[in-house]
Ligand binder design. Structure first.
Ligand code: ARG
Length: 461
């Protein structure tokens, strides 16, 4: 049988069985919300004083007590007891123990339903800010690496087959762009997180003269939830955070996969420093890219976090249901996982040692400027489809001979089309293909350099 009487024990004839007490308790994980719960309570107490529901002395005692509890938690002196159910009841119980029955006035015009939603919003508001700085740090690592590799030519791929040359800078900045959208999505969902539920009470509001706008101002919320039922049952803001995190993780997994491929002997494009890799317990020669591998795998966890919460919410009737307690672990897990993965990915990008020679060889092999040859024919009026066919036949004859385009002599080129007679071998290199690009957003070195400059300028602000 349970040891402590519950604050809600009045209408119960018997205490909670320990099995149920332990099964329903959330204090094992929602203790992470302690500081947010206390911040919410301090604001609530100040408001109760402002509207005359607490005397000045009572409010002062409550606030001092709450601050002391916060210190106990920070110093590891606070006892987290499953009999208290959750962090919200644990803090309140401790407050009453510390300051006496006046502590029992704190829960005036409030329910755990609006209290828990408030604490979670405060937590996620901070988490969003942390994710945004983690994204910015990774973007900076990408832009700096790109700056160092504006001239490093590598194959661009489609279908993982060599397609057209790009620069490593262009490639890295593609990941920068995806992260930029993640950053914007986090900033956008912050606006919908930053709404105050407190004052909705259990579900229907209160007959007491509370001032919700005052509480919103105290806690830095931009507005007050407009519907008390929605205020306690809405978890869209968590779903948005999880969806944004899952997408950001998906982007990180694509970077991770490329790092793993590039560090393989088959690609040989790059190495990760020893300090960022781990070895094998059996094979003495191994050096494994475990860090990016785990980033790739943890993406599954965060996608799972999103799916878990959507499944909890599906068909859940209004307003609060205990099901909603299952919102917290996915939220914490996604925030902690994404934050760690952003930091690890940034270190891998910073530390990445690129084999420029190997990249350039791969970019130059075969037919790097095939598309430029088509463009050359188009410029003299050959319809694109015809030009495509001409260069295609040229490529086929190279394949038959086992040579590249740059190995063909001018006579051979002229046989396929007279406009190709003047094409020099050096115009068929990977570097020449890059230099020939001129469209906005293309692999053209000047275009990529401009994007890198813009990214670095943004980072310095
Ligand atoms: N621990 C719960 C949660 O995280 C809060 C309790 C809500 N209220 C209730 N009457 N059970 O959602």
């Amino acid at each position: 049988m349970a040891r402590k009487p519950k604050p809600w024990a009045g209408r119960f004839r018997e205490p909670t069985e320990r099995l149920v007490e332990e099964f329903t308790a959330s204090i094992g994980f929602d203790r992470k919300l302690a500081s947010h719960d206390i911040a919410g309570s301090v604001a609530h107490a100040r408001m109760l004083k402002k509207v005359g529901l607490l005397a000045a002395g009572e409010a002062r005692k409550i606030e001092t007590g709450l601050k002391a509890i916060e210190r106990e938690i920070e110093q590891g002196k606070f006892v987290f007891d499953p009999a208290d159910e959750d962090i919200h009841m644990a803090v309140e119980a401790r407050l009453i123990k510390k300051i006496g029955p006046v502590g029992g006035k704190l829960h005036t015009a409030r329910s755990r339903n609006d209290q828990v939603a408030t604490a979670l919003r405060l937590y996620l508001r901070e988490a969003v800010d942390e994710m945004v700085s983690g994204i910015e740090a990774l973007q900076l690592a990408l832009a700096e690496k790109a700056k160092a590799h504006l001239k490093t030519v590598m194959p661009g791929y489609t279908h993982l087959q060599r397609a057209q040359p790009v620069s490593l800078a262009h490639h890295l900045m593609a990941h920068w762009e995806a992260l930029e959208r993640d950053r914007a999505r986090f900033a956008d969902c912050r606006g919908r997180i930053n709404v105050l539920p407190l004052g909705a009470a259990a579900l229907a509001g209160t007959s007491l003269p509370i001032d919700r706008k005052f509480v919103a101002r105290e806690l830095g919320f931009a507005s007050v939830a407009a519907n008390s039922l929605d205020a306690v049952s809405d978890r869209d803001f968590v779903v948005e955070f999880l969806a944004t995190s899952a997408l950001a993780m998906t982007h990180l997994s694509r970077i991770a996969e490329e790092l793993i491929l590039w560090c393989s002997a088959e690609f040989g494009f790059a190495r990760l420093p020893d300090a960022l890799c781990t070895g094998s317990s059996l094979m003495p020669h191994k050096k494994n890219p475990d860090a990016p591998e785990l980033v790739r795998a943890k993406t599954g966890r965060v996608i799972g976090d999103l799916v878990s919460l959507l499944t909890v919410l599906k068909a859940l009737p209004l307003a609060y249901n205990r099901d909603l307690q299952e919102d917290k672990e996915p939220a914490f897990d996604a925030a902690e996982t994404l934050s760690a993965c952003l930091a690890v990915t940034a270190r891998c990008i910073e530390g990445l040692e690129v084999d420029k020679v190997r990249m350039a060889e791969a970019a130059g092999a075969g037919f790097p400027a095939a598309v430029e040859l088509v463009d050359r024919l188009v410029e003299v009026g050959v319809p694109m489809r015809e030009a495509h066919g001409i260069v295609g036949r040229l490529v086929r004859s190279c394949l038959d001979k086992g040579v590249g385009l740059a190995d063909l002599d001018p006579k051979e080129l002229a046989r396929h089309h007279k406009a190709l007679a003047s094409v020099k071998p050096e115009e068929l290199s990977a570097e020449a293909s890059l230099a020939a690009k001129r469209s906005t957003g293309s692999a053209a070195p000047a275009e990529v350099a401009r994007q890198v400059r813009r990214a670095l300028r943004r980072a310095k602000r």
